[in-house]
Design a protein around this ligand. Structure first.
Ligand code: HEC
Ligand SMILES: [Cu+2]
Length: 374
């Protein structure tokens, strides 16, 4: 019996050792927090380093004293407890000196911490303000001063890709060396937009605005995610920021504004679109917004997301129900209202696409039909 359990124990320690070893090999030796890339996260990082260093020094001193005492005053050497300790100079004053020392260290940490905290909560004037809207399961970014809107969806990648679940189709573009204010909110449940290198996290709450900010110091791509368990697609909403120089940012902004203004003008023009045009646009809208649930095959996921191929709503001769569910969504289900996020043309296109794909052949709808149904 003993023999057997000994054997089992050694087998355990071998697998344990192997596991530890492989863990060490893959860990990449990253022990500290993410390297900060903004003034604010730098301040937080420095505070973290200060407390870590102070704590480590205290730990070393205390441990050294204990080890010394255990060794120097061991019983086998005939050590006897000092009965007169409290009558000596140190015994009399230690109770006052030690707390003063500890309090001094404490207060210097606290003043640094309160400075950092007030930086986190400061509401100084910003150069760029971005509203960050969480919804199941993507981020929408609205540039408050510039009429630019970005919908940022998970980019489909193979699990072997190093950026699997960490990349999006369109990142948030921000300038370096400028103060950027973020207004965080949500359309459905709690989300939490966070990118460790550049911004302290705050929760996105439906119906509320939370504020945080950054001042990015280095150009680059910064990746974060949703940090609040927000449903089955929680893992599918990475947050990506591309930081560029102010000059490049202005250039990007001008291009993006022109592009979005043109798209808006196109969408509101009372033009009759051909099936070919609607199908091409509709496929792009579908891939970006609907495919994650209803799938490329239009077959959905049985029991979770309904099939659109052959579905009653997507094949009936009257498109009213189809338009209604896409514009208004269906309360209490994962089918969101797209009316506020997509323009008339996008909605007409994606509905036309669904009505004429995967064997469906139910005719097209025009942007004016959507406008009338809103
Ligand atoms: C997050 C998952 C999700 C996404 C993304 C999504 N849907 Fe849905 N959709 C659903 C669910 C769930 C239902 C079923 C709702 C119900 O219970 O009736 C549904 C139902 C539908 C239906 C009705 C199907 C039927 O026959 O009942 C249509 C049409 C539809 N969605 C179109 C779209 C379009 C267009 C988009 C993109 C703009 C989209 N959906 C994006 C989850 C999703
Ligand atoms: Cu989320």
């Amino acid at each position: 019996m003993l023999h057997k359990s000994k054997k089992r124990l050694s087998a355990l320690s071998i697998t344990g050792g192997a596991w530890l070893f492989s863990g060490m090999a893959y860990a990449g030796y990253e022990y500290n927090l993410n390297t900060p890339a903004s003034t604010l996260t730098q301040e937080i990082f420095d505070l973290h380093m200060l407390t870590t260093v102070v704590g480590t020094i205290i730990m070393i001193i205390v441990t050294a004293l204990i080890v010394y005492a255990l060794f120097a005053f061991r019983q086998s050497k005939g050590a006897v407890a000092d009965q007169e300790f409290h009558n000596g100079w140190f015994g009399r004053w230690a109770w006052a000196l030690v707390p003063v020392l500890v309090l001094g260290i404490d207060l210097s940490i606290a003043s640094s911490a309160s400075h950092t905290l007030s930086s986190v909560e400061s509401h100084d004037k910003a150069d760029v303000t971005v509203k960050v809207i969480g919804s199941q399961w993507k981020w929408t970014y609205e540039y408050m001063d510039d009429d630019i809107k970005i919908v940022s969806n998970l980019k489909k990648l193979e699990p072997t890709d190093p950026l699997y679940l960490r990349d999006v189709d369109e990142p948030l573009v921000l300038p370096t060396d400028r103060r950027v204010r973020f207004l965080l909110t949500s359309t459905d449940v709690l989300h939490n937009w966070g990118i460790a290198e550049i911004v302290p996290k705050k929760i996105n709450i439906p119906g509320y605005i939370n504020e945080t900010w950054t001042h990015i110091t280095k150009e680059g791509t910064y990746r974060g995610q949703c940090y609040e368990n927000c449903g089955t697609g929680h893992a599918f909403m990475p947050a990506v920021v591309t930081a560029v120089s102010p000059a490049k940012y202005e250039e990007w902004k001008a291009g993006k504004k022109a592009q979005q203004a043109q798209a808006a003008a196109e969408a509101s023009a009372d033009k009759e679109w051909t099936q070919v045009e609607l199908m091409a646009k509709g496929q792009a809208v579908y891939t970006k917004n609907c495919l994650a649930c209803h799938q490329a095959t239009g077959l959905g996921l049985p029991g979770v997301f309904p099939a659109l191929a052959g579905s009653k709503i997507a094949t009936s001769t009257n498109p009213a129900d189809h338009i209604a569910i896409v514009v208004k969504g269906k309360a209490g289900t994962a089918m969101a209202a797209w009316g506020a996020q997509l323009n008339d043309l996008d909605i007409a296109a994606v509905i036309s696409y669904e009505r004429n794909s995967w064997g469906n052949a139910a005719g097209i709808v025009q942007p004016k039909d959507i406008k009338a149904a809103r």
